[in-house]
Design a protein around this ligand. Structure first.
Ligand code: NAD
Length: 462
């Protein structure tokens, strides 16, 4: 092929543009000082990704999965150090879960209608560059899980991570780009800024090259994204109740609930945040929680002291989020052995330590007079988030009634909450549960747009 003057000019322009972007980058793959540069770089990378075969995309994902496992411990330690939240062992498990159970390109499927008038396909195509906002509670897990799903769908992604977990988030974003380069893909397949702020988030939300925003976090960020004028996937807050009815295996329910509640010090949005139990099982449940599962009962005075610390001035005290039970009790001058995993007490549903989403191993137990009363109280406690709820029951009618009443994206029956993430339960893993906007557990297909491809009067070969 002969190279003419205009081709040379195009190549020079391309090289200059790349040099400018790399000059403004920060030494780490995908990390920029300016949000506009991050978006521009991700756009260039997306132009490459969208031309790749599914097989090539899958090679990148395989490499991301491998690096996630290799770096699980580093990421877990870094997140605990940086945020002061959660525990290393559980965070390692969460990274393995992301690597093993997040769907890849197999989630991108085609629907076909074939008949006398030809062949019509619905194909899932990329949006382009997706803007993603991520929380400090599962920082690298969300970055890696979002990256796998979004890249599987043919997109690239620009993150505006939580500033309190930026080091961990940048480490994960760098890994995604290293994986892409190793697998023969482009750099900047996932991008971010060195210092994410509300301003960089606003730039992202308003940018013409960002057609879709996926927000994982509390109510504020989801509302901001849904007001942006862009298509938004809103994965918001929860306050999951665990209901225990009269037919439950109470001993197992106690074990499952405490295991779910204490996983990563209660940081996952799906984790049990309070219990509603019918009157006849409450005492037995408390017995097993204390005797076999490391729970510590606090009295009224201790509840008041804990409320004053945890909800200081009526606001969630970030210094308490994701701390273990021993540390939390230490904050109110109660010294317990380190095998104490969870703080419990009985209270009314309006008790602030029960009604608020705390993200720490404190489980208030609300006594209900019968099953209908328990459902009513649990629905009230979920606050209409439509996020997650759990039940321990062997009565299918009761389970069905609860499922319809609470109407959540996730309902786990007779297991710890983390079964919903595919950990001891069937199904895939995600760290972005689109409770507010209704997509539910997100995966690669969530990050694609449907396109109808019609061939009239041909290609039906039946
Ligand atoms: P957070 O709401 O404080 O922050 C989440 C992200 O949103 C961060 O990146 C933050 O910088 C950004 N943000 C906050 N307010 C914003 C605004 N007005 N405009 C733009 N960006 C904004 O939440 P967090 O403490 O990091 O995480 C815990 C919360 O997230 C809990 O409520 C938990 O239930 C929820 N969560 C939900 C899911 C889910 O899948 N549904 C997953 C994890 C966490």
């Amino acid at each position: 092929m002969a190279v003419n003057e205009s081709m040379i000019q195009d190549i020079v322009k391309e090289v200059m543009a790349r040099m400018q972007i790399s000059a403004e980058s920060t030494g780490k793959h995908g990390v920029f000082n300016d949000m506009n540069d991050a978006i521009a770089a991700a756009k260039k990378a997306q132009a490459v990704v969208k031309r790749m075969s599914m097989d090539q995309r899958e090679k990148i994902l395989t490499c991301i999965r491998r690096k996630t496992k290799e770096n699980a411990e580093v990421l877990a330690r870094m997140a605990v150090d940086e945020t002061g939240m959660g525990n290393v062992g559980d965070k390692i498990l969460k990274h393995h879960l992301v690597a093993d159970n997040t769907p890849g390109t197999e989630d991108i499927t085609t629907t076909a209608w074939s008949g006398d008038r030809g062949l019509t396909l619905i194909e899932m195509g990329p949006f382009g560059v997706i803007g993603a906002i991520t929380p400090c509670t599962n920082p690298s897990e969300t970055v890696l899980c979002n990256s796998i799903g979004m890249i599987a769908g043919g997109n690239t992604v620009v993150f505006n991570p939580h500033p309190g977990a930026i080091k961990t988030s940048i480490y994960a974003i760098n890994l995604v780009n290293e994986a892409s380069l190793e697998a023969g893909g482009p750099d900047n397949i996932a991008c971010t800024v060195q210092k994410p702020t509300l301003e960089t988030s606003n730039i992202m939300m308003k940018h013409k090259d960002i057609p879709l925003i996926a927000a994982t976090g509390g109510p504020g960020v989801v509302t901001a994204v849904l007001s942006s004028g862009k298509r938004g996937i809103g994965a918001g807050a929860g306050n999951p109740p665990a209901l225990v009815d009269i037919t439950a295996d109470v001993r197992k329910a106690a074990r499952d609930i405490v295991n779910g509640c204490t996983f990563d010090n209660n940081l996952p949005c799906i984790a049990e945040k309070e219990i509603v139990a019918v009157d006849p099982v409450v005492d037995e449940l408390v017995h097993y929680m204390v005797e076999e599962n490391g729970c510590y009962i606090i009295d009224k005075e201790q509840q008041d002291a804990l409320t004053a610390v945890v909800l200081k001035g009526g606001k969630l005290n970030r210094k308490c989020v994701g701390r273990d039970a021993k540390t939390l009790l230490g904050m109110i001058g109660v010294d317990v052995p380190s095998n104490i995993r969870c703080i419990i007490f009985e209270g009314e549903k309006e008790h602030p330590l029960i009604a608020e989403e705390l993200m720490m191993p404190i489980l208030g137990i609300v006594r209900a007079k019968d099953f209908d009363d328990a459902v009513e109280k649990a629905v009230w406690l979920e606050h209409g988030n439509r996020h997650s709820a759990h039940i321990h029951s062997k009565n299918i009618d009761n389970i069905t009634k609860y499922a319809k009443a609470i109407d959540t994206a996730i309902l786990v029956k007779n297991a710890p909450s983390y079964a919903a993430l595919g950990f001891g339960g069937e199904g895939f893993c995600t760290f972005t549960i689109a409770s507010r906007t209704g997509e539910g557990l997100t995966s690669a297909s969530t990050f694609t747009k449907r396109r109808r491809c019609v061939m009239s009067d041909s290609l039906c070969i039946r």
